[in-house]
Design a protein around this ligand. Sequence first.
Ligand SMILES: Cc1cc2nc3c(=O)[nH]c(=O)nc-3n(C[C@H](O)[C@H](O)[C@H](O)COP(=O)(O)OP(=O)(O)OC[C@H]3O[C@@H](n4cnc5c(N)ncnc54)[C@H](O)[C@@H]3O)c2cc1C
Length: 245
Amino acid sequence: MKSEKAGPEPSFRSDVTVELVKHSASDTDVLWAARVSTAGEQSLDELTKDPERSKGLLNYLMRDRHGSPFEHNSMTFFVTAPIFAFREFMRHRVGWSYNEESGRYRELRPVFYVPGEDRKLVQRGRPGKYEFLHGTPEQHKTVTEAMEESYRRSYAAYQEMLEAGVAREVARATLPVGLFSSMYATCNARSLMHFLGLRTQHELAKVPSFPQREIEMVGERMEEHWRHLMPLTHAAFNANGRVAP
Ligand SMILES: Cc1cc2nc3c(=O)[nH]c(=O)nc-3n(C[C@H](O)[C@H](O)[C@H](O)COP(=O)(O)OP(=O)(O)OC[C@H]3O[C@@H](n4cnc5c(N)ncnc54)[C@H](O)[C@@H]3O)c2cc1C
């Protein structure tokens, strides 16, 4: 391998980003879908004239896991996160659509994940019962240096292959899962709640989950957007133990 680095200089990040790029999602979408059961089609005025009744209906639907009224809405997020978080994300099959940037059609940019100072580094316990603890400054230094060195080497190998005329789809095999990728992810409130129930930790959760911190960071940012779009649905989700209906 060539000793000199080719191509753009690698950069390192500890955050993820989630942008809400489009949406058609409100609490009234849920009320509208649910009330067809008993009242047929209703106008927006009729739907919203009794806020307490609306809250009560949302709470009942959530509590009794009457889930389909929560599907008549849509949110599209643009997510940037490391590939290892996307691998976990794309296990969520139901009510999600994904489109991710291609490593075949474009040259991948050298942006890599390194854990931030607040990211717990030490794992104790056994599978299913892990506890994560803060690392020492020395451990943080080791992690940062080892990752950055490894990322630089693999990106240099990638560039070397591209310069030698090798196809992007072949050369990318040398890149690690700490590389940042980007995708559009579209979901509805029901599929988002299922995701949040599994991929975030929360004091109100009836069924605790133990997600990897990096996918949880994505989940937290999505939840923040969703909370503003559908505040009553979000409140009912929390009030009912964060179990998706
Ligand atoms: C903390 C944690 C640890 C994990 N560890 C591992 C691991 O070690 N290895 C690993 O491979 N995965 C692991 N996973 C991934 C996990 O097994 C799920 O694939 C992922 O969480 C997506 O959940 P889901 O299948 O419920 O979601 P979705 O695919 O969105 O499905 C939603 C719901 O639809 C129903 N459904 C979907 N597909 C089917 C089907 N084929 N048959 C019947 N019902 C269906 C189920 O009710 C399901 O809950 C882990 C997940 C978490 C949260």
